[in-house]
Write a protein that binds this ligand. Sequence first.
Ligand SMILES: [Zn+2]
Ligand SMILES: [Zn+2]
Length: 342
Amino acid sequence: MKSAVLTDEREVTVSDRERPTPGDDDVIVKIGACGVCMTDYHLYHGTFPAEFPVVPGHESAGEVVATGDGVSNFEEGDRVAVFPGIPCGECDFCKEGKQNLCENTVSMGGAGDEILDGAFAEYLRAPAQCLQDIGDLSYSAAAFAEPLACCIHGVDRADIESGDTVVIVGAGPIGLLLLQAFRASGAGTIIVSELVDERREIATQLGADHVVDPSAGALADHVDELVDRVDVAVEAVGLPTTIEEAHSITSPGGTTLVFGVPPQNESIEIDPFELYYRELEMVGVFALTQNTFSRAVTLLQGDRIETERLVTDELGLDGLQTAFDQMENNEGLKKMIYPNGR
Ligand SMILES: [Zn+2]
Ligand SMILES: [Zn+2]
C-alpha cells in the first residue's frame, strides 16, 4: 500500500509499504480522508520530537475492511472516524476519562511519547476501541472529528455560561472550529481577531459577531470599543505575545485559554496581583478525550458545524509536501488528503 512517510526532518516520501493485518482487537481501516494538522507540520519540521521514519496523519475517517478475531462491535463495511490516541486505560488519568493526560501516550500519527504509523496511508491498523461509527457522514467531514473534539475540550475547559462574551485570537482552521464550537455551546457575542482578510471573512460567515484586524491597532482597543467585558479569551495562534494579549483583555473572573501550541521553554509575563485580585484564570487545553471525540461526531452528524468551507485544498498522498509548503505561508485553510482517491 502507498504511504506518505516522513523519512527525516523536512523530508516526505510516498513509498510502498506492506499493508497491515489486524491483531486480535484491531481493525484495518481503508482511509477515506485525513486532514493535515499543525502537529503533522511540526513532526515534519522536527519541532515536535519523533523517530523517523514515521507516517503522520491523525485526523482520519474511513471504512472498516478487516477485523481481528476479538472484535465484535465492528464489521467490514462500517464507516468510522478514528480516535488517534491509544490510551493505556490503566493510569489514574485514563480512569478519570482524561485520556489526553494519559501517562503512557501512544498515538497513531499524532503527538505522543510513542508514535505509531498514522493515516496518511491507504490503510491504517487501529484498535477497535478507537473507532467511532459515523453513519453516512462524509469522510472529509468526519475527518474533522479529531480537531473539533479538541475544540469541544477547549469549550469544556472554559466552562462558559450562556451569553458569555468570547474573543478568539487566530482564525486558522482551529480558530474557525472553536468559533463554531463556542457558538453551538451558547456563547453570546463572539469576536474574532485575525490578520488574514479571507479568514476574517469566513469567520463572519461562520457566525462571528465582530472580526478585527490586529494589524490595525491594539486588540485591547478594538475589543473595548465593541464589548464591555470578555468572559473567555482564546489564544489559537501559539505565540507567547498573543497569549499575553489574550490574557490582558480577559475581564475579572474570566478565563484565558491557551489553545494554540506554544513553543517550548519560553516565558510569558503575568502580574500575579492581577491574577489574584481579579480572579483571572489561565487554562491550558491539550488535545481531546474519547468523550469529546464522540460529541464531535454527534455535532458533525447533526450538521451543527460547517466543515466544507474550511477545506481549501484536496490532495492525494503525494500532495502532502504541497500541503506543508502552503502551511508554511499560511495559504488556504484545511488541507484534506485522500489516500485512496476521491
Ligand atoms: Zn490535529
Ligand atoms: Zn493512561
